[in-house]
Design a protein around this ligand. Structure first.
Ligand SMILES: Cc1cc2nc3c(=O)[nH]c(=O)nc-3n(C[C@H](O)[C@H](O)[C@H](O)COP(=O)(O)OP(=O)(O)OC[C@H]3O[C@@H](n4cnc5c(N)ncnc54)[C@H](O)[C@@H]3O)c2cc1C
Length: 302
């Protein structure tokens, strides 16, 4: 089956889809060529149907959440992008345990926690990703990480089995989980929080949001920190000390406000971003002997 016949299969079903989807609309960097097909599943049944059809016919599948840690190349994506978002975002609250589907945004989940007087998730309110993407990356900020609250994850394994991973199996570490660099799909997670005071939780969220606005270039499209924290220091401090703030390639720039952020300053292409990432790596390596590892994940046709 070619992409065209996959498109025909999708048209005949009742899917939420878009053909030739401009990936700049689905990534916070606002960059990227078109994906042949983008589907936003509403149920596990829809999801497994799409995946098995694609597998059967050798069509590549890519999974995304809110696209806030992604660089999509300029030629776009050949195959199917499966996006987890508002269609896949049910939550239930039972005492101090929240069960949530992977498409819910971390900010929405933080609001649900606050509204239910549950504390421990305030740190994640300003991370612009989905719960699924957050778990894959073990996202974290302000001394909190997803690993502190997530104790069970249900995922679709590469062999098509639905499996629940408990705390010991999640293998969380800095920006890593057992789902990183695999084709497993995070479907749902359970989070354990603590009873707290609603007003205090909301005040903490507002305080952290203010901190982000002051220190991060939120006025420009970006994918957050461009590089992971190296063993021997902080990426932003190293980049800054190399005089790279404001360094520009095409429309991509190292933020003047925060050297850890690479921003889409003016109509940047993925190629501009890649060149700038390499340039920063080279300059930092020649000064410190440290090869910075990109935190941004690059996908799409070269
Ligand atoms: C302004 C800004 C600030 C940021 N601040 C922070 C911060 O403080 N801390 C931090 O850790 N990050 C931060 N980030 C980066 C980003 O928000 C996080 O890495 C986030 O967890 C990514 O989630 P996502 O849903 O956007 O994932 P995506 O970018 O869509 O995907 C990231 C990876 O996860 C995979 N993936 C996504 N969903 C699933 C799923 N359901 N199942 C399996 N795989 C999946 C994708 O295939 C991809 O490999 C920031 C980004 C921006 C733009």
């Amino acid at each position: 089956m070619s992409v065209d016949s996959m498109k025909q299969f999708i048209t005949q079903g009742d899917f939420d889809y878009i053909f030739d989807a401009p990936m700049c609309d689905y990534t916070t960097l606002k960059i990227g060529g078109k994906a042949d097909i983008l589907v936003q599943p509403r149920s596990i049944e829809e999801l497994t149907l799409i995946i098995s059809k694609a597998k059967e016919n050798n069509i590549d599948t890519f999974f995304i959440g809110n696209g806030s840690n992604l660089l999509v190349r300029d030629k776009g994506i050949r195959g199917i992008v499966i996006k987890f978002g508002a269609n896949f975002a049910k939550t239930t609250v039972e005492g101090e345990i929240i069960t949530a589907q992977s498409g819910i945004s971390l900010s929405k989940l933080a609001c649900i926690c606050a509204d239910n007087g549950l504390s421990g998730f305030e740190f994640a309110a300003g991370i612009p990703g989905s719960l699924g993407g957050g778990i894959v990356m073990n996202a974290g900020a302000y001394k909190g990480e997803l690993k502190d609250v997530v104790f069970s994850v249900t995922a679709l394994t590469e062999s098509g089995e639905i499996k629940t991973f408990n705390e010991d199996e999640l293998d969380f570490s800095y920006r890593h989980s057992c789902f990183s660099h695999t084709n497993m799909l995070v479907l749902e997670a359970k989070l354990r929080l603590e009873k707290g005071n609603k007003a205090e939780i909301k005040a903490k969220i507002a305080e952290l949001a203010q901190k982000r606005r002051t220190t991060q270039p939120l006025e420009y499209p970006s994918a957050g920190s461009a590089f992971k924290r190296p063993m021997d220091g902080f990426a932003a401090a190293m980049i800054d000390s190399c005089g790279l703030k404001g360094c520009t390639v095409g429309g991509a720039q190292i933020s003047q406000k925060h050297a850890g952020f690479l921003i889409n300053y003016q109509n940047a292409t993925a190629n501009d971003v890649t060149k700038l990432l390499h340039h920063v790596q080279e300059v930092v390596f020649s000064k410190y002997g440290t090869m910075l590892e990109p935190e941004i994940i690059t996908i799409g046709e070269e």
